[in-house]
Design a binder for this molecule. Structure first.
Ligand code: GH3
Ligand code: MG
Ligand code: MG
Ligand code: MG
Length: 297
């Protein structure tokens, strides 16, 4: 199923909203706002793929609306096309310098507006696909290591700024080589998918789960104390065990389990997020050495 892309049209004149709405109607899901203020609210709430923005509006004009959209992290990346009756090049230049994707002049020509909006929506779709390819692990659909690196850097800085604690779990499947040796790589891949789903279910919107590499996962829990995080780790371990994935190979028989290393920090300026990862990873190493299927913090 393909989801329709959405366009927010911000224009103070009802007739313009109607004209633009009619021009685009079949292709996309349209939202409308009749002032900059209302437009900003809707952009934050509905996260449209594209914004068409009128320049001449009473109270807050299009340029002011644009700069407020750009300053807010929730809307700063949404592409904006100006639609305006102003036809001098200095306004066009100003709009483009502010980061507008395009500048369409009134009176509106149906075909031109359709073609330009379609082109931008196509570019937006391609950019999203590229972002997904760059950030998502194709086997498990979890975030990949690259995405994890971006998020940890951001969350680490936020934790320093807010003087808030942050926790990290490094999780590794026990004896996974033996599992592969027993059932083959393709069945091993299915286990990775099942374990990934269990972790994603447990964490949901509490934090980020990523496949760090091979049979190793990380869970980042911003604002989580040691106790709360150990609780998450415990439930992850239990759910993996409850998958009941039994195997026996050579002198080993058992079922799929994981080991978890964890770390909780209240970071201050000068602390590095790499040391945070290493602390959790060292705990994972100890968990492996001391018998596996356990959490060490
Ligand atoms: P330990 O308990 O010490 O972690 O033992 P282990 O066997 O899990 O660890 P080891 O590092 O010896 O081997 C990791 C195994 O994970 C071997 C490798 O084939 C398997 N593995 C890594 N990535 C994948 C993958 O994408 N698919 C499958 N099926 N297996 C993978
Ligand atoms: Mg106007
Ligand atoms: Mg392993
Ligand atoms: Mg490993």
């Amino acid at each position: 199923m393909t989801v329709k892309q959405s366009v927010l049209v911000i224009d103070d004149e009802k007739i313009n909203l109607k004209i633009i709405g009619d021009i685009l109607n079949d292709d996309v899901c349209i939202m409308m706002a009749k002032s900059g203020e209302q437009g900003i609210r809707k952009a934050i709430e509905y996260q449209p793929d594209l914004i068409l923005l009128d320049v001449l509006m009473p109270e807050m004009d299009g340029f002011e609306t644009m700069s407020r959209l750009r300053r807010d992290a929730r809307t700063s990346a949404i592409p904006v096309i100006f639609i305006t009756a102003l036809n001098d090049s200095s306004h066009e230049e100003k709009a483009l310098l502010m980061g507008a994707s395009d500048y369409i002049q009134k009176p509106l020509h149906t075909n031109i507006v359709q073609a330009r909006v379609r082109l931008h929506l196509q570019l937006i779709k391609q950019r999203k696909m590229l972002e997904e390819l760059a950030n998502i692990d194709p086997l498990t659909s979890l975030a990949n290591r690259r995405k994890y690196q971006d998020v940890i850097e951001h969350e680490w800085q936020t934790a320093i700024l807010n003087q808030d604690c942050i926790s990290l779990l490094v999780i590794d499947i026990d004896n996974f080589k033996q599992y592969n040796d027993c059932y083959g790589h393709a069945t091993g891949d299915k286990v990775l998918q099942q374990v990934a789903a269990v972790l994603a279910d447990q964490v949901s919107d509490k934090g980020l789960v990523a496949r760090y590499g091979g049979e190793e996962f990380v869970i980042l829990l911003p604002g989580h104390s040691r106790e709360r995080s150990i609780d998450v780790a415990r439930r992850c371990m239990q759910d993996v065990e409850a998958l009941n994935l039994a195997y026996s190979h050579e002198n080993f028989s058992g079922k799929v389990t994981v080991s978890v290393g964890g770390s909780t920090k209240l970071p201050s300026l000068g602390c590095k997020s790499d040391d945070f990862f290493n602390a959790a990873d060292d705990m994972l190493g100890l968990a492996k050495k001391s018998g596996k299927n356990r959490i060490l913090w």
